[in-house]
Design a protein around this ligand. Structure first.
Ligand code: F6R
Length: 597
């Protein structure tokens, strides 16, 4: 979603801000802009479309104080005017999030004679800030006052005309600040990834803490909402060794990330063996119900955990979509656990559910990739998936690692050492996944044959049902084709009406419930549907049933065969998308980290 980078220092900030914004491109955006100080004036340049459109307009500009933004439209269509920064002669503002009371505030401000140029909620902050400043004559107190007047989860970065400082503040939205060792380069950003290589020190401000990037004092200072100095922030020096990700010879980040999976699978047990051998803050005997909560792919990973949690832990398990859970007034008690799954740790709906569960006194756990995320700070117990930075908008390696770490959590609940328990099966998984990746030709060939069909139905039973959902999600995300996932047994309750010669059914068949799944496929065949079966290489008649067949070796799996099947789904979507010529790493309309509702 929106990306923010602000700079104040003694070098050219324009190039640094553009570089930072380019690193955040993967998060998804539709326009970009910067504001900078020239002599004593604030200038704003912004442009709809890719960052390169903006770069061509500002590449010659040099300035020591700059704020930049990539916008993912929420309020108001995609155009130059709605792009950020929003500025006037006194302030430039960039914003990430949603101002929930923007409509009422805008109405009041208009009645008072204020003029608006854009359709955005963000401009309300600018207009209100300017009004407050004119009354208070002090920038810091005007920023704090304005921030306390807007509701919703947001981060704001403000460049004032009259000071050589930058102000930044957030509420349940991502915001970090950075400083190099000498303090002559100060940054604010929505993501520490934008600051790699620029600074040695990263600061994570607490909620509603004002960050004051002071050029004169060469440091970032922190204030609470009353304006008093605050210690409510965390600092981290370890980020300075991080690297900016490259495609390393692959055509897309997504493909690179798919191919990283064997290495990640190989590493995870070792990491857990040295770093994490027991649950420190949550005990199974204190829990009655486990609520697993996430969005999209993370929700699918949660569905993969449900059966085994119920069977092995003998607990009631709900798997919930965060956007639904937060509003349906679920019955919860302090004997329940909220288990939140999120790659980014910043997904707005997931965070809102975490906050809800916290208020109600639930035990809170997470399965998560980004260490310094909001989710990490909210939960009692955090299980890291160690997938590394995921740049491709469509999640691949994170899903695999979420499912594995979910299994680790199950064993930790049982007081067992997950690294030892799963050592052998992880070895099998790693080798089988490597086998698929080493010989993608069949998948490529099938992608070539099926890419122009009208639609795709993914079916699976039991532990392959979540993979049917995930396979369909991946395909629609990156290939822009209609694809739905169904439980195979549900077909005849409605979706079978869609079957004809133009519809491809991608049927996931494991050794479990084999005969039953086959009968579902027979029903598709009887209706002249096209059939791709992904199923066991040892079989009786799958090839006769199928138009296309991808054989897999299911020997040696107890738990992880769904992950193995899913790698086939990842490659299939990837190669279909290639045939379609879509923007695979940054599919249209999507954002990597969905930080607004
Ligand atoms: C799909 C995808 C999304 C995310 C979802 C949750 O490929 O990436 O469905 O899984 O937006 O994101 P996180 O895991 O960051 O909470």
């Amino acid at each position: 979603m929106c990306g923010i980078v602000g700079y104040i220092g003694n070098e050219n900030g324009v190039s640094k801000v553009l570089e930072g914004l380019s690193r955040l491109e993967y998060r998804g955006y539709d326009s970009a802009g910067i504001s900078y100080k020239e002599n004593s004036d604030l200038k704003v340049v912004k442009k709809e479309g890719k960052l390169t459109n903006l770069e061509s307009l500002v590449s010659e500009i040099k300035a020591n104080a700059v704020v930049g933004h990539t916008r993912w439209a929420t309020h108001g269509e995609v155009n130059d005017i709605n792009a950020h920064p929003h500025g006037n002669d006194l302030f430039s503002v960039v914003h990430n999030g949603i101002i929930e009371n923007a409509f009422e505030l805008k109405k009041e401000l208009k009645e008072q004679g204020e003029v608006f140029h854009s359709q955005t909620d963000s401009e309300v902050f600018l207009v209100l800030l300017t009004k407050n400043f004119k009354a208070e004559k002090n920038i810091k107190s005007a920023v704090l006052k304005t921030f306390s007047q807007v509701t919703g989860n947001s981060s704001f970065v403000i460049l004032p005309r009259d000071e050589d400082n930058i102000y930044a503040i957030k509420r349940s939205a991502p915001l970090v600040c950075g400083k190099n060792d000498s303090g002559d380069q100060l940054f604010a950003s929505s993501d520490p990834y934008a600051l790699i290589g620029f600074v040695e020190n990263i600061f994570f401000p607490g909620e509603e803490i004002l960050c004051f990037l002071s050029k004169e004092n060469k440091r970032v200072e922190f204030f609470d909402i009353e304006g008093n100095p605050s210690e409510n922030y965390q600092s981290d020096k370890s980020r300075k060794d991080l690297k900016v990700e490259t495609k390393e010879g692959f055509d897309h980040f997504m493909l690179k990330e798919i191919y990283e999976q064997p290495k990640l699978i190989n590493n995870i047990a070792k990491i857990y063996e040295t770093e994490y051998q027991e649950l420190k803050n949550i005990k199974l005997e204190d829990i009655e119900t486990i609520n697993i909560i996430g969005c999209g792919t993370a929700w699918h990973a949660g569905l993969c955990m449900r059966n085994m949690f119920e069977t092995e832990l003998k607990k009631k398990v709900n798997v919930e979509l965060a956007s639904e859970f937060r509003y349906r007034k679920p019955y919860l008690t302090n004997k329940d656990m909220g288990l939140f799954i999120s790659q980014s740790g910043e997904t707005a709906d997931t965070i809102a559910c975490t906050e809800l569960c916290k208020e109600l006194g639930l035990k809170l756990g997470s399965i998560l990739n980004v260490k310094d995320s909001t989710l990490n700070r909210l939960c009692d117990e955090n299980m890291m998936i160690h997938a590394g930075q995921e740049i491709g908008v469509a999640s691949t390696k994170a899903f695999t690692m979420q499912v594995i770490v979910g299994h680790f959590l199950m064993r930790l609940f049982q007081g067992k050492n997950p690294a030892k328990e799963f050592e052998k099966e992880l070895e099998v998984l790693k080798n089988r996944v490597q086998g698929i990746l080493d010989a993608p030709e069949l998948i490529k060939k099938i992608a070539n044959s099926i890419h122009s069909y009208k639609g795709f139905i993914f079916t699976g039973r039991n532990k392959y049902f979540p993979i049917a959902l995930e396979g369909a999600l991946k395909l629609k995300e990156i290939a822009y084709v209609h694809a739905e996932g169904y439980a195979a047994g549900e077909l005849k309750h409605g979706p079978i009406a869609l079957i004809d010669e133009e519809m491809v059914s991608i049927c996931l068949v494991g050794p479990e419930l084999y005969e039953k799944t086959l009968s579902n496929i027979e029903e598709i065949k009887a209706r002249k549907g096209k059939i791709l079966i992904v199923g066991p290489e040892e079989h009786d008649n799958l090839e006769e049933l199928a138009d296309w067949f991808i054989p897999l070796n299911f020997e040696g799996f107890e738990y992880f065969s769904p992950i193995y099947v899913n790698v086939v789904m990842q490659l299939l979507s990837y190669y279909i998308a290639r045939e379609k010529g879509t923007d695979i790493d940054k599919p249209r309309n999507l954002a990597k980290s969905v930080t607004v509702e």
